[in-house]
Design a protein around this ligand. Structure first.
Ligand SMILES: [Zn+2]
Ligand SMILES: [Zn+2]
Length: 276
C-alpha cells in the first residue's frame, strides 16, 4: 500500500509499505495536525504520521480510531490526567493515518451526517471537549484562532460562553475582548495574562510561550493544562460533531502531501485533510 513515510532526515516521502494484516481498516481520510508537523525532522526514519483518522471497516461502517488508550485504572487516570498515564503513549494507529490502511484498532463509530474529511475532526474536537472541562463558564478569550482555536470557540459558544478570539495574524482574529475575561484558552504560543481578571483561569492547550508566574501570583490566577483526549471524549465528539459549525477542510490526495504541508505552514488553509 502507499503511505507517507519519514526518511532518514525525517522528511515525508510517499513510499510503498506492506499492508497491515487482515482484518484491517481502509483509511478514508486523515487530518494534518500541528503535532504531526512538529515531528517532521525529529521522528525516526520509517515513521508514518497521522492520527486524525476516518477509516472504513470491512462491513462498511465508518469509524474514528482512538488515538491513545489510557489504562483507566492507575492513579493518574483516576485523577483525570489520562494523557500522562504510562500506557497512553503507545501507538494505537498502526502504521499511522497517512496510509491507505491501518491495523484493526479500538474506534468510535462516525455518525452518518458527517462526511469523511470532516469526520477527521473527531480527534481534535475530543481534545477540545476535554480541555473545555477546565474552563469556567463566562467570558472566555481564545488565543490563537486557527483551526483548533475555532473548534474551541465553537464548543464554548455552544455551551453559552461569551467568546473572544485573538490571533497573531490580524485577518484570523475574531471579536476582540472588550474588557477583562474570566478565562483564556491558549491555542498558540502566546500568554496575554493581562486579559484575564484577578482570580481567573488560564488553560494551556498547545506548546506554549513563557508565562509570567509573578502575574499568576499577584492576581491569583489558576493556570492549568490539557493535552490530548480520552476514549470518552472521542465518543462525545463523534456525537456532537454533526451539529457544530466547523471550518471547511482542504482535502488533498496523499501524493500531494508536500503541497498540503506548505498550505498548512503558510497559514493559507485552516485545515488540511489527506484522502488516500
Ligand atoms: Zn491532532
Ligand atoms: Zn492509567
Amino acid at each position: 500500500m502507499r503511505a507517507v513515510v519519514l526518511d532518514a532526515v525525517g522528511e515525508p516521502r510517499l513510499a510503498e509499505l506492506a499492508a497491515p494484516a487482515e482484518p484491517s481498516l481502509r483509511v478514508l481520510a486523515c487530518g494534518l495536525c500541528g503535532s504531526d508537523v512538529e515531528k517532521l525532522g525529529r521522528a525516526p526514519e520509517g515513521t508514518v504520521l497521522g492520527h486524525e483518522v476516518v477509516a472504513e471497516r470491512a462491513d462498511g461502517r465508518r469509524v474514528a480510531p482512538i488515538h491513545h488508550l489510557p489504562c483507566g485504572a492507575c492513579e493518574l487516570c483516576l485523577a483525570g490526567h489520562e494523557s500522562t498515564c504510562e500506557r497512553f503513549a503507545a501507538a494505537t494507529i498502526v502504521p499511522g493515518g497517512f496510509a491507505e490502511a491501518i491495523a484493526e484498532t479500538p474506534s468510535v463509530e462516525l455518525p452518518d451526517g458527517v462526511d469523511d474529511a470532516t469526520g477527521t475532526y473527531v480527534e481534535p474536537l475530543a481534545c477540545v471537549l476535554r480541555g473545555a472541562e477546565h474552563v469556567p463558564p463566562g467570558r472566555v478569550a481564545v488565543v490563537g484562532h486557527g483551526f483548533v482555536g475555532r473548534l474551541f470557540a465553537e464548543v464554548l459558544r455552544r455551551r453559552g460562553d461569551e467568546v473572544f478570539a485573538l490571533d497573531a495574524r490580524p485577518e484570523r482574529a475574531g471579536r476582540a475582548p472588550d474588557g477583562p475575561v474570566d478565562a483564556a484558552v491558549l491555542c498558540a504560543p502566546a500568554a496575554p495574562l493581562e486579559l484575564v481578571r484577578p482570580g481567573g483561569t488560564v488553560l494551556v492547550f498547545s506548546p506554549a510561550a513563557p508565562v509570567d508566574l509573578d502575574e499568576v501570583y499577584r492576581r491569583e490566577l489558576t493556570l492549568t493544562g490539557s493535552r490530548s483526549a480520552t476514549p470518552r471524549h472521542l465518543k462525545q465528539a463523534a456525537a456532537l460533531l454533526p451539529g457544530l459549525d466547523v471550518p471547511q477542510p482542504t482535502v488533498l490526495p496523499l501524493d500531494r502531501f508536500a503541497e498540503g504541508l506548505d498550505l498548512y505552514r503558510s497559514g493559507r488553509a485552516l485545515k488540511i485533510v489527506f484522502a488516500p
